[in-house]
Design a protein around this ligand. Structure first.
Ligand code: S3P
Length: 429
């Protein structure tokens, strides 16, 4: 990457990864055929398709149209997989499938790549085991691979120890197959796509300020889904346009679900020039166009537990923005960052330190003192797509050349990232 003079233009980016995983999994166990449009074709979502095909669900993929057709098999129609389900790098696929497969009348195995097999699975296995699931680890140490055996499930009254959409979604999927309802308490803020989709598909799910109630069911209705564009992917261009002088961009049809849009609140608090137009709903999810222009100087900010679940995946790129704000930014209560695709407290600090930022990792976040000029250097993604994309945006404002080792991991969520970035940086050349 080299320094850029400005980002300009209008872009549309791939669909939301979290919504796409759920659209595949839930429609696979629904009655009927569904069409999913604006499907993100990154490695993670393709792994979810591969996993559901392995469970006997026919799924057509039209790469050109970014369209997927799912032939739902009904709640009890999944087949025993012919081989272990390898979900690659996708934590969401792995964790949601452990919940789904706990309720099946057959044995299955779930494994993942060398990064995913190091990430904790106890957060899923503990509540599912309390529901009666029979899940075993190969090494007994709380990581993949897991072996799931048939068992009778009961609903659970569960208070979440951490805010996690993956945990609550795994419990909700298992509950569909249970003998009694589930109540999940204490997670108001993590993304709620599973709850919205289950409701839309006819499940009896009631959400309140601090709890989710779900009844087991016999069937779900298949639903077409138009996936809004991924705010987590958009956040890289939003930040680029904020930081590179003379920039002004418009990103179309971005998902603006309030459980995901914390980054926009933070950037407004930092004084950025970010606005929203053309809001509406697509498949029950709020969406709109995001317009961003560069603005200096930015103010520092404080991010704590009230915000963290609403922007958990955006913290590396927010940290980059903070290096250009005047004063001290504090990010705390974000212990979860340590168990993402990389230890993002460490990998974010490593990349930004190498580029010349003043950033100190802490046990639950980081402290950034700005503004500091950044200087191009060689950095490593540590196998983490979001760290690679953050480094690429940092390269736009760094003086000199930034080289990103292992940038191929970007394909996990956003294979078109460099092409779209190229369009934004060249459209005015
Ligand atoms: C996701 C939930 C979040 C997020 C991840 C995707 C999901 O993880 O970090 O990238 O789609 O449910 P947690 O559930 O662990 O918070």
């Amino acid at each position: 990457m080299t320094t850029s003079s400005s980002l300009k233009g209008e872009v549309k980016i791939p669909g939301d990864k979290s919504i796409a995983h759920r659209a595949i999994i839930l429609n696979a166990i629904a009655d009927g055929i569904s069409r999913i449009d604006n499907f993100p074709l990154g490695g993670d979502c393709l792994n979810t398709i591969g996993a559901m095909r392995n469970l006997g669900v026919p799924i057509d993929v039209d790469l050109k149209k970014a369209r997927v057709i799912v032939y739902g098999q009904g709640l009890r129609g999944l087949k025993m997989p012919s081989h272990p389900i390898d979900v690659g790098n996708s934590g969401t696929t792995g964790r949601l499938l452990i919940g789904l497969l706990s309720g099946q009348g057959f044995t299955s195995t779930i494994t993942g790549d060398r990064y995913l097999v190091k990430r904790p699975m106890d957060r899923i296995v503990i509540p599912l085991t309390k529901m009666g699931a029979s899940i075993h680890y190969e090494e007994g140490i709380g990581t993949l691979p897991v072996y799931i055996y048939p068992s009778d499930l009961n609903g659970i009254d569960y208070t979440m120890p951490i805010a996690s959409a993956q945990v609550k979604s795994a419990i909700l999927l298992a509950t569909l197959y249970a003998k009694s309802p589930t109540i999940i308490r204490g997670d108001r803020k993590s993304r709620n796509h599973t709850e919205l989709m289950l409701k839309n598909m006819g499940a009896n799910i009631i959400t309140s300020n601090d709890s989710i109630f779900l009844e087991p069911t016999d069937s779900l209705f298949a639903r077409n889904v138009y996936v809004p564009c991924d705010i987590s992917s958009a956040s890289f261009f939003i930040t680029g346009a904020m930081l590179v002088p003379n920039s002004s961009i418009l990103i179309k049809d971005v998902g603006l679900n309030t459980t995901r849009s914390g980054i926009l609140d933070v950037y407004k608090d930092m004084g950025a020039d970010v606005s929203i137009e053309n809001t509406g709903f697509t498949s029950g999810e709020l969406k709109g166009d995001i317009i961003v222009s560069s603005k200096h100087p930015l103010r520092p900010t404080i991010i704590d537990k009230n915000l963290v679940p609403r922007l958990i995946d955006e913290i590396p790129i927010i940290a980059l923005a903070a290096t250009q704000a005047k004063g001290k930014t504090i990010i705390k209560d974000a212990h979860e960052l340590a168990v993402k695709e990389s230890n993002r407290i460490q990998s974010t600090a490593d990349v930004l330190l190498r580029l010349g930022a003043n950033i100190s990792p802490t046990s639950d976040g980081m402290i950034i003192e700005g503004p500091t000029p950044l200087y191009g250097a060689a950095v490593d993604s540590m196998g983490d797509h979001r760290i690679a994309m953050m480094a690429a945006i940092a390269g736009l404002i760094a003086k000199g050349k930034t080289t990103i080792k292992n940038s191929q991991w970007i394909d996990i969520s956003f294979p078109d990232f460099f092409e779209i970035l190229g369009r934004l940086t060249n459209s005015h050349a």
